[in-house]
Ligand binder design. Sequence first.
Ligand SMILES: C[S@@+](CC[C@H](N)C(=O)[O-])C[C@H]1O[C@@H](n2cnc3c(N)ncnc32)[C@H](O)[C@@H]1O
Length: 203
Amino acid sequence: MGVYNDVILPKLCDLAMRNERLRPYRERVIGAAEGRVLEIGSGSGLNLPFYGARVREILALEPSPNLLALARSAPQSAMPVRFIEASAEAIPLDDGSVDTVVTTWTLCTIPGAAAALSEMRRVLKPGGKLLFVEHGRSPDRGVRWFQDGLTPVWRRISGGCHLNRPIRSMIEDGGFRIDRVETGYMPGPKPMTFMYEGSARPN
Ligand SMILES: C[S@@+](CC[C@H](N)C(=O)[O-])C[C@H]1O[C@@H](n2cnc3c(N)ncnc32)[C@H](O)[C@@H]1O
């Protein structure tokens, strides 16, 4: 299980997240980032090339050393990037020290997602923004049935990914006010592709 989790899974994650259908989401979400940016679960660094000129500094937080190694060798952004090996449940940054928090497809996987959202809120400046794109719980009963049924097995082979997390309410319960959220299926198997894309601010 060690070799699977430590060596094979990071490579599979990188491969899966290179799906070209994710690109438009990355362009929109990352394009709205500004100032000092904390990216949660930055994985193999696939968002880095999308950061624009309004970004001053990128803090790329990722708990997997192997994914961090891939990210360090990935095409970089023009902005300075600081890689931080840490978990989102305990972010090693001061209160109110970042302008934007970015999360792309991480809330499905983070074991303590509620604690992580509370940490994201803590490190954001009062007027700062949380930018997100996540897959999660479908509004359709039939799809939800599959999401609930598949998640116990899916979690074991995918490094902890849940198909059925209620992303919108998780963010709201984490102390955020949603400014904008767009939802809908991306092409692909419906249990895996119901997306939540938007932005929120600390309450
Ligand atoms: C599906 S990948 C997404 C990677 C990247 N955000 C992207 O868009 O390509 C999920 C990421 O969440 C990270 N992750 C898992 N547990 C985490 C935690 N406790 N704190 C922060 N990130 C975590 C994984 O290591 C992985 O990089």
